[in-house]
Ligand binder design. Structure first.
Ligand code: 2NL
Length: 356
């Protein structure tokens, strides 16, 4: 019976040493397989003398059950260990903060344009578009700007002489977005309300002037439009845009060739602290007026039937005021550090119900 004891030890040692399912299967086959050692011993039982056969048979069967149980137990232990290892390897910590995804930022100029579009959109304005390259007529002539007006001088306006040729009317880079209103008056049937945001160009370059900048103009054409409509509309806009319910607004008589009467619009602020809505100083924000009857007639609208008001503002200027941006130049430098400071989250878009 010593051979059975030896097989028991040998199998138990081999099982303990089997550290994965392949090694384990090797042990199983070597013991219980068709040519396994225990199988061989059982086959040899017939050669044993009848007196010994009973006892040896019982011992062999007991050993077979015991080793089969040990092999099965080792299989379960190896499987559990492999599962544990896999769970550890594939562990996901759902409490980890997500890796920041590069989302980009909205440029403050774009943000201001969106906010203004949201405010005037709620008042029923449509967005209009024109062309950066315009005719002299759409930029100046239709707007009642005379030939001798200083804005038409070529030290103020970029003329595209090569493109327009000697006998063709001069082309230029638009100096304001008024071309949009001219095009609107030509293409729409009154009544209408159009907002015109866009790039404009002037031959001017220093710390406070860029040769390209952004403007936003608006026009309302309807029957019986009065200065009261202009004032109510612009007061509402300025209070919504700067987020100050009682923001003081002052209308001051002025002159533009395309409006009559014309008014400059100021808001109250404190010059020393720079705080808007406080103090007793005034800050010019936009220009406005009742559309000149000649401008209406120039674009095919009968001034005896229709009238309206228009206004215009510089987008950089009001952005700087609203967000305390001290310098104009970084607006066009694409410096990511500046944008990180002054830019806006694209996932938190402009929404009017929160106030802009
Ligand atoms: C300013 C002043 C203004 C307008 C723009 C306009 C356009 C047409 C007819 C009449 Cl087609 N007016 N635009 C009117 C008044 C003022 O802009 O300070 N802009 C930066």
């Amino acid at each position: 019976m010593n051979d059975l004891e030896a097989l028991r030890r040998e199998t138990r040692d081999a099982l303990a040493a089997a550290s994965d399912s392949r090694a384990w299967d090797g042990v199983r086959v070597a013991v219980l397989g068709k040519n396994g050692k225990l199988t061989a011993l059982l086959k040899e039982l017939g050669k044993v003398s009848p007196e010994e056969r009973r006892a040896r048979g019982a011992a062999l069967n007991q050993l077979k059950d015991e080793l089969a149980a040990a092999i099965e137990a080792r299989r379960a232990a190896l499987e559990a260990a492999e599962l544990d290892a896999r769970l550890a390897r594939e562990r996901i910590d759902v409490t980890l903060p997500p890796r920041p995804a590069p989302a980009g930022l909205i440029h403050p100029i774009s943000r201001t344009m969106e906010e203004i579009a949201a405010i005037f959109g709620a008042m029923g304005f449509a967005i209009g578009e024109g062309f950066d390259i315009e005719t002299d007529w759409n930029n100046f002539g239709a707007l009642n700007i005379p030939w001798h007006h200083p804005a038409r001088a070529d030290h103020d306006t970029f003329y595209l002489t090569a493109e327009s040729g000697r006998n063709a009317p001069p082309l230029l880079l638009r100096t304001h977005t008024s071309d949009v209103q001219i095009l609107s008056m030509l293409s729409r049937e009154p009544p209408f309300r159009v907002l015109a945001p866009g790039r404009v160009y002037r031959s001017d370059h220093d710390a406070t002037h860029s040769p390209m900048f952004h403007q936003l103009e608006g026009i309302v054409i309807d029957r019986d439009i009065t200065l009261g409509h202009l004032k109510g509309c612009l007061i509402d806009f300025l209070r919504a845009f700067f987020g100050i319910a009682e923001l003081p607004v002052r209308f001051r008589s002025s002159y533009f060739p395309f409006t009559e009467p014309s008014m400059e619009v100021d808001i109250g602020w404190d010059r020393r602290s720079g705080e808007l809505g406080k103090g007793s100083d005034w800050l010019e924000i936009l220009g406005s007026g009742m559309v000149h009857p000649r401008v209406l007639a120039n674009s095919g609208i009968d001034p005896r039937e229709w009238q309206g008001f228009a206004f215009g503002m510089g987008v950089e200027r009001i952005t700087m005021l609203k967000h305390g941006v001290p310098d104009l130049r970084p607006f066009y430098e694409s410096d990511i550090r500046w944008l990180r400071h002054y830019g806006f989250n694209p996932l938190a878009p402009t929404m009017l119900h929160e106030g802009v």
